[in-house]
Ligand binder design. Structure first.
Ligand SMILES: NC(=O)c1ccc[n+]([C@@H]2O[C@H](COP(=O)([O-])OP(=O)(O)OC[C@H]3O[C@@H](n4cnc5c(N)ncnc54)[C@H](O)[C@@H]3O)[C@@H](O)[C@H]2O)c1
Length: 300
């Protein structure tokens, strides 16, 4: 079977990350990049040997020769691109979060259904070996349950301004935490209730700081605390980006599941605020799951 011919729509931070990965798979190939910043589209195309570069999805569709698009645009632009691609008969892989509103998400689903194409949201934790190890450990029951999964993160946040706009990126409790909500549903099933409280450190329209608690019908609970509100270069930003993941049972059997982000190398001054700094360099080399009671541990 020939490889799926894909156009990368949005060649920014995560778009380049995707481009690098396509060069390692055999079932799909990038045949075009699209970015409103033409220089960026060309630069990513040249770097990864992609034959075409365009400045709009319309141009790419009109040029033909595509089977699918991979949408890596700012979140508020997902819907328009997904609907256009579906209407052109192209399958759609789209970065998370799916959209900025339920209406937009429904429009994407409707367009894909009407055209008979596939629509997939890139909830990458479902396919990631590290998270796979976490899922396996939790589902095996080795750490007991019900589980309280706590995830506390603090950073200066991503650089592009749209991430902090209420109508464009929605801030960390949506943009970043969508990974947690999604993966918690994979692990725990349906949610029964949720609570959230938000505030701002920065003068932006989306909440840059907040907490969320999601209780699941299974009795498991997700507790999130997340900020992108720390000032550029603050020491505490660096301390807080040594973020961890903790899971503990509530049945008198304390359990720890942690991942450790080593401190930046002394020479690496961009960490963690580089364009793809945190994500591309997250050295999640080891996952340790330890049950204090049984004193068993597994490392992946
Ligand atoms: N899966 C993950 O872990 C992960 C990580 C980072 C970002 N994301 C998601 O990926 C999406 C993109 O994020 P990013 O960090 O790459 O953003 P970014 O701002 O770095 O890149 C977006 C790119 O889209 C281009 N663009 C903007 N408007 C356009 C238009 N109308 N047509 C064509 N190109 C246009 C910009 O020039 C830019 O190069 C967001 O939805 C974000 O939440 C996911």
């Amino acid at each position: 079977m020939s490889a799926l011919r894909v156009a990368l729509i949005g060649a920014g931070g995560i778009g380049e990350h995707h481009a690098a990965r396509y060069s390692k798979v055999s079932g799909a190939e990038l045949v075009a990049t699209v970015d409103v910043d033409g220089e960026r589209a060309k630069a990513v195309a040249e770097k990864y040997g992609i034959p075409n570069a365009y400045t709009s999805i319309d141009e790419a569709i009109a040029a033909g020769g595509l089977d699918a698009v991979d949408i890596c645009l700012p979140t508020w632009l997902h819907k328009e691109a997904a609907v256009k691609a579906a209407e052109a008969g192209l399958h759609v892989l789209c970065e998370k979060p799916m959209a900025v509103s339920l209406e937009d998400a429904d429009a994407m689903i409707d367009a894909a259904n009407a055209a008979g194409v596939k629509l997939m949201i890139a909830q990458c934790r479902r396919w990631d070996n590290y998270w796979g190890a976490v899922e396996k450990a939790l589902k095996s029951g080795v750490i007991g349950g019900p589980v309280v999964w706590r995830d506390v993160q603090g950073s200066q946040g991503p650089k592009p301004a749209w991430f902090y706009a209420r109508d464009k990126g929605l801030g960390p409790l949506v943009d970043g935490a969508i990974h947690n909500y999604d993966f918690a549903r994979v692990m725990f099933g349906e949610a029964s209730w949720a609570f959230a409280s938000t505030r701002n450190f920065k003068d932006v329209t989306a909440p840059d700081t907040g907490i969320a608690i999601v209780r699941f019908e299974s009795g498991d609970e997700l507790q999130l605390s997340w900020t992108w509100g720390l000032p550029q270069g603050s020491y505490s930003a660096r301390a807080m980006t040594s973020w961890g993941l903790k899971v503990s049972s509530t049945l008198g059997r304390p359990v720890a599941m942690s991942r450790f982000l080593p401190p930046p190398r002394a020479t690496d001054r961009s960490w963690p605020s580089g364009r793809m700094g945190r994500s591309s360099r997250s050295p999640m080399k080891s996952t340790t799951c330890t049950s204090m009671r049984s004193n068993t541990s597994s490392t992946a």
